[in-house]
Write a protein that binds this ligand. Structure first.
Ligand code: AKG
Length: 295
C-alpha cells in the first residue's frame, strides 16, 4: 500500500514509512510516559478520550459543515461525503464549533487535564484557541515543528491531535518523523523561528523523502479509532498524509502545558489574537531560509 504525502507516494512498510508505536499500555504510568515522550517524541494512546464524547463533537461539527454546504446532502451525514466542488475548511478559532459543550467535553475534559497534570507534574491548562480541520480531497499538511506557530511561552507545550471519527488511511492521518526531536541543528535554526515575527513560510518541507534522506529516521503513521489521540512536543517533525477519499477528514489539534509556566499570548483569552502578521506583506520562502541556515 502507498500513502501519498503531498506529491510523493510512500510505500507503507517501505524504507520511508512505518508504523507508530502504541503507548496505550503505559497510559497511567507517568514516569514511563515521560521517558517515551522524550525518546520517541510522541505518545499514541488509544482511548485517551471517551469515544462517545468524540462522536457527539463530531456530530455537532458535521451539522455546522452541512450548514456551510461542505457536505453532500444526498449522503448520510455521519459519513461526511464532500459536497460537489467543496474543498474542506480550516475552522481554527471558529468558536461556533470549537466552543460547543460537545467539543469542549472532549478537549477540556477534567480527565484529560488531570492526565496532563500527572504527565507534567503540575496543574495544566489548555489554550483557548482550538484548531479544527475538515480536510478535503487531496489535501494534507506539510512537515513542520509546531514551535514556529506557538513558541512564545513555555517550550514544554504539547499538542494533542485528535481524529474526530475513525480514520482509515484513505482519509489521511498524521505522520511523525522518528528521531526528529534530536535534530539539533534544525532546532537551533528553524526551531527558533516565529512565523508572525519573521514572516517565513511555516512548513519546513513538502517532500517527506528529502527529510529522511538528509536526516535519517522514517515517517511513522497509523490508523486511528474514535477516542484515540496522538500527543507530541513542539520539536517533533510531523505532517499528514493526503486525504485520497471523497469524504472529509475531521480532526482537531489542541495544546496543553503547565498552568504555572508562561503561555503564548496569541492563543489564550476570550478572543485570542491568533496569527496577526504572518502572511501579510512579502513572505520569505522556506527554501531561502534553509539555504541561509544550512539545514
Ligand atoms: O491535521 C493535520 O493535517 C495537521 C495537524 C498538525 O499539524 C498539528 O496537529 O500540529
Amino acid at each position: 500500500m502507498h500513502l501519498p504525502i503531498g506529491a510523493v507516494p510512500l510505500e507503507l512498510d517501505g524504507p520511508y514509512l512505518g508504523h507508530l508505536d502504541d503507548h496505550t499500555a503505559l497510559r497511567d504510568d507517568f514516569p514511563a510516559l515521560r521517558e517515551r515522550l522524550a525518546s520517541d517524541g510522541y505518545l499514541r494512546i488509544r482511548g485517551l478520550h471517551d469515544p462517545a464524547a468524540v462522536q457527539a463533537a463530531r456530530q455537532r461539527l458535521l451539522q455546522n459543515l452541512a450548514a456551510n454546504e461542505q457536505l453532500d446532502p444526498a449522503r448520510p451525514l455521519d459519513e461526511a461525503w464532500i459536497a460537489p466542488g467543496a474543498k474542506g475548511q480550516f475552522l481554527g478559532g471558529a468558536k461556533a464549533v470549537s466552543h460547543t459543550p460537545e467539543f469542549l467535553k472532549v478537549v477540556e475534559s477534567p480527565a484529560l487535564l488531570a492526565w496532563f497534570a500527572n504527565l507534567l507534574e503540575g496543574p495544566a491548562l489548555t489554550f483557548d484557541y482550538k484548531w479544527i480541520r475538515a480536510i478535503g480531497h487531496g489535501a494534507n499538511t506539510g512537515a513542520h515543528f509546531d514551535v514556529v506557530y506557538m513558541g512564545r511561552g513555555t517550550k514544554r507545550l504539547y499538542t494533542v491531535w485528535t481524529p474526530l471519527g475513525d480514520l482509515t488511511y484513505d482519509l489521511g492521518t498524521l505522520a511523525i518523523l522518528a528521531g526528529s526531536p534530536n535534530l539539533d541543528r534544525v532546532r537551533q535554526t528553524y526551531g527558533e523561528m516565529d512565523v508572525d515575527r519573521d514572516n517565513v513560510e511555516g512548513w519546513f518541507s513538502k517532500d517527506p523523502r528529502e527529510l529522511v534522506d538528509r536526516y535519517g529516521g522514517r515517517w511513522l503513521t497509523a490508523e486511528f479509532a474514535m477516542g484515540d489521540a496522538l500527543v507530541f512536543g513542539m520539536y517533533t517533525m510531523h505532517c499528514s498524509t493526503n486525504n485520497t477519499s471523497q469524504r472529509l477528514r475531521l480532526s482537531c489539534d489542541t495544546r496543553y502545558q503547565r498552568a504555572d509556566e508562561p503561555a503564548d499570548e496569541r492563543w489564550v483569552g476570550a478572543n485570542p489574537k491568533a496569527h496577526y502578521a504572518w502572511g501579510q506583506g512579502e513572505t520569505v520562502s522556506m527554501a531561502t531560509m534553509r539555504e541561509r541556515w544550512g539545514v
